[in-house]
Design a protein around this ligand. Sequence first.
Ligand SMILES: NC(=O)c1ccc[n+]([C@@H]2O[C@H](COP(=O)([O-])OP(=O)(O)OC[C@H]3O[C@@H](n4cnc5c(N)ncnc54)[C@H](OP(=O)(O)O)[C@@H]3O)[C@@H](O)[C@H]2O)c1
Length: 446
Amino acid sequence: MTSLQERKITKNLPSPQRFKVGMIGGGTVSSSAYAILSGDSSGNHLLSRIEVVSVAVRDLKKIRLIPQDILTDNPDSIVDDPNIEIVVELMGGTEKARELIERALRNGKHVITANKSLVARHGNELDALAARAGVSFKYEAAVAGGIPILRTLKTSLGANKLRKTMGIVNGTCNYIVTQMSDHQMSFTDALAKAQELGFAEADPTFDVGGRDAAEKNVILSKVAFGKDVDVSQVLADPELVKGITSIESRDIECARKLGFTIKLLAVSEIKPDGKLLFFVSPHLVENKHPLAAVKDAYNAIFIEGDPVGDLMLYGKGAGGGPTASAVVGDILNVVEGISSGVPVISASTLGSAEFATLSKEMHSKFYLRLLTQNCPTAFGGIMWLFGEANIAPEMVQQSITDRGLLEIVIITEAVSSQKLHNALRIISGLPYFEKTVNALPLLEAS
Ligand SMILES: NC(=O)c1ccc[n+]([C@@H]2O[C@H](COP(=O)([O-])OP(=O)(O)OC[C@H]3O[C@@H](n4cnc5c(N)ncnc54)[C@H](OP(=O)(O)O)[C@@H]3O)[C@@H](O)[C@H]2O)c1
């Protein structure tokens, strides 16, 4: 073949399809996603075929890295633009974002979001809507930022019967407990430092109260176990969602002396009867357990499955770059699907999740720190009531606090949480009893 013929053939080949993306939001995550999509594409050849054609923002005058000529203050123009195939929602909030995503899906566009609150509340309906429209709805970035956890659960681990996920999914809480244990800081000082460094919001209640972790756990439960958890039900139940506000320096110290560290874990476990054990709580994690080594603002998800066994994914759970990595990964996944001609099935859309019946029956050893008045009968009375409740302690320590109270630290045998809480309710009625400072499950290394 002559070089002239070669040139002619190349010329006649259809030019590779280009994929037009519209982004709603031009803030932290969008700017990083835009930088990846408009930068060096050597990492994946498909990157060069993706073009961000429009970005919706609120304030057109704000200085940003995204070129002015593709900015709009009208997000409707993106979801209604027939030339845009992929809509990336990165504006946050639930109502307006939901309305725009629904319209984009109905208009036959693939949608990607990092919006965990929206997915935790409406993910199931939006998955179903996407499936009906024959498009993808993806939200890898909504849980644990840069860690590719959802696709791993659904696709890479698709051969497994998954049993349990335990996640450190809130970087703010993990940063605070790390500062408390590694630098002997009080909760208040650790929180102030987290705020100073941008790891915590000015109003940190959503994070330190465990609510952010609970929303992410709703998504994990859906993707790992196909269970649709009612987010408002769990957020309204203080037994199911506990944050780190009750953790005192003394708990950190007691944990350290016992060979443990305190971590906020979001746990989701499928029981043999099909019920879902779902809770967020600080745990005493044995120092030998891989989750104990997850420090500062890092996230990790520990997974138990069969036949894979135990595994853990670890990485940055927030920040523009890591979150944009997950967003662009979703875009590439959609583009791969379209280019290969294989129907695009969202990693998280393989059938809608069924309504979850929750179990509150957790079986674990517990760390207890109790305060009572320092009277001669106090210790004996409390231990007698544990005996009556059929709960044997594995370890008991007593000491007198600065305020002259008797502090009792107990590690129980493995018991059901209901049985323990019933015993603590009876104990709290003793006339000399002051309070249960903390009752936290233990996670031991296997
Ligand atoms: N940041 C992270 O580390 C992280 C991690 C995981 C998930 N996420 C999620 O990712 C999403 C984006 O977070 P972000 O940190 O990038 O937020 P951000 O910096 O506050 O950016 C939000 C963007 O949305 C735009 N916007 C808001 N309302 C709008 C409206 N009605 N119409 C048009 N544009 C509107 C804002 O415009 P202006 O710039 O004009 O104000 C801004 O550009 C959120 O759902 C968040 O929960 C973030």
